[in-house]
Design a protein around this ligand. Structure first.
Ligand code: APR
Ligand code: PHB
Length: 391
């Protein structure tokens, strides 16, 4: 097989890149190792920044999002039984966020790619990236029991944290920056209407809790749990009891319960691979960087990467100038590191570490108090949460 841009991975990064290139008349082939059902149903992120919403609409992939997505103008910080609402548009000159699950974004982009775009091969596992330094990179892959090879002008590793594309960077070129956290998130889906109409981020001495949602009738909730926690070790009653304790307030707010339909444990990690380009190989999305989910940045960072890369590839093909491609890594990393900073700070703000003493707990409360009472501190959070400008 031969194409202009070979894309490894059909998560949000790979699918949106294929869509943006198609709209610009640049051909691509997407190789996805798993089947369609896996990609469309794995529970991941749920918050779209304003910039991501705008990109999806401009790419002709926003119709269902506009119908079913939930626009949110605020988030609630909950601490010491107090409630503080952060008014996002008021603090950011009008920016909000949209609750629309990553699974739905992927479904919409897959449908468009299959209808209008270039080849999207499921259960096509890329085995390596070869020849990235030269002029004709190649991606050997296995599909339907056969080994094949994709020849391209450019290869983009959108294959997530566990993919193969980073391995194509020579060790002398790669620099990895990472941090792991002494806790994880137990996430649940529940068939019950969300008990609040906006997201609630709660810092409690027992641990962090997050109330989110997928629709007016489906709640998405998270609990900070010790590293190594097995989802099956928590029964529904224990989960609801713990959520109730950590979300407690001084007023008569109540947490409604319902049947839990899915449980999973997500480890917390900060990770950046520099650079994000080697020759004709580019990294985008989780293949290049991971953020702890507290700041809801993962999907939105992937969008920023592929918008930057699509613009650079189209620019090179229309002008012959490689300047935007040459700037790709530095351009993305500026935004990546700001998202890493914010995600790390928001995680430290809201999660009592298992070995933290009372002093650290008081510092967290003092930081939350400052955000709740100081416009400049609150604005910094609102600006980061609603997203750093694309490009
Ligand atoms: N060959 C083909 N496909 C592969 C290979 C491979 N060798 N390795 C991984 N993949 C596929 C995975 O099956 C997955 O579908 O690459 C895709 C990577 O998708 P994501 O992990 O979703 O990464 P990305 O598209 O960058 O989106 C980032 O996803 O993990 C969340 O929180 C993260 O919301 C963020 C978003
Ligand atoms: C989600 O709804 O899955 C979600 C929302 C906000 C976050 C993380 C996850 O910060």
């Amino acid at each position: 097989m031969r194409t202009t841009v070979g894309i490894i991975g059909a998560g949000p990064a790979g699918l949106l890149l294929a869509r943006l290139l198609h709209r610009a008349g640049v051909e691509s082939v997407v190789l996805e190792g798993r089947d369609r059902a896996y990609v469309e149903h794995r529970q991941r992120a749920g918050i779209l920044e304003q910039g991501t919403v705008d990109v999806l609409r401009a790419a002709g992939a926003g119709r269902r999002m506009d119908r079913e997505g939930l626009r949110h103008d605020g988030i609630e910080l909950r601490f010491d039984r107090r409630r503080h609402r952060v008014d996002l548009p008021a603090l950011t000159g009008g920016r909000s966020v949209t609750v629309y699950a990553q699974t739905e974004v992927c479904k919409d982009l897959i449908a468009l790619q299959l209808e209008e775009g270039g080849p999207l091969l499921f259960e096509a596992e890329a085995l390596a990236v070869e020849g990235a330094e030269g002029g004709r990179p190649r991606v050997p892959f296995r599909h339907q029991g056969r080994e094949d090879e994709l020849e391209c002008d450019y290869v983009v590793g959108c294959d997530g944290f566990w993919g193969v594309s980073r391995a194509a960077f020579p060790a002398a070129v790669s620099r990895v920056f990472e941090r792991t956290y002494p806790y994880a998130w137990l996430g649940v889906l529940a068939d019950v209407a969300p008990s609040h109409d906006e997201l609630v981020y709660a810092r409690h001495d027992r641990g962090f809790a997050l109330l989110s949602m997928r629709s007016p009738s489906v709640s998405r909730l998270y609990l900070q749990v010790p590293v190594g926690t097995e989802a099956g070790a928590w029964d529904d009653e224990r989960i609801w009891d713990e959520l109730e304790r950590r979300l407690e307030t001084d007023d008569d707010w109540r947490l409604e319960r319902g049947p839990i339909t899915q449980k999973s444990v997500t480890p917390m990690r900060s990770f950046v691979h520099e650079p994000m380009r080697h020759g004709r190989l580019f990294l985008a999305g989780d293949a290049a960087h991971i953020v702890p989910p507290t700041g809801a940045k993962g999907l939105n960072l992937a969008v920023g990467d592929v918008v930057t890369l699509a613009r650079a590839l189209v620019h090179e093909r229309s002008t012959g100038s490689p300047d935007l491609l040459d700037a790709y890594s530095a351009t993305c990393l500026r935004r990546v590191w700001q998202a890493e900073r914010f995600s790390c700070d928001m995680t430290a703000l809201l999660h009592p570490a298992p070995d933290a003493g009372d002093f650290e707990g008081r510092l967290q409360l003092a930081r939350l108090e400052r955000i709740a009472t100081t416009p400049s501190a609150e604005t910094d959070l609102a600006e980061a949460y609603t997203g750093f400008p694309l490009g």
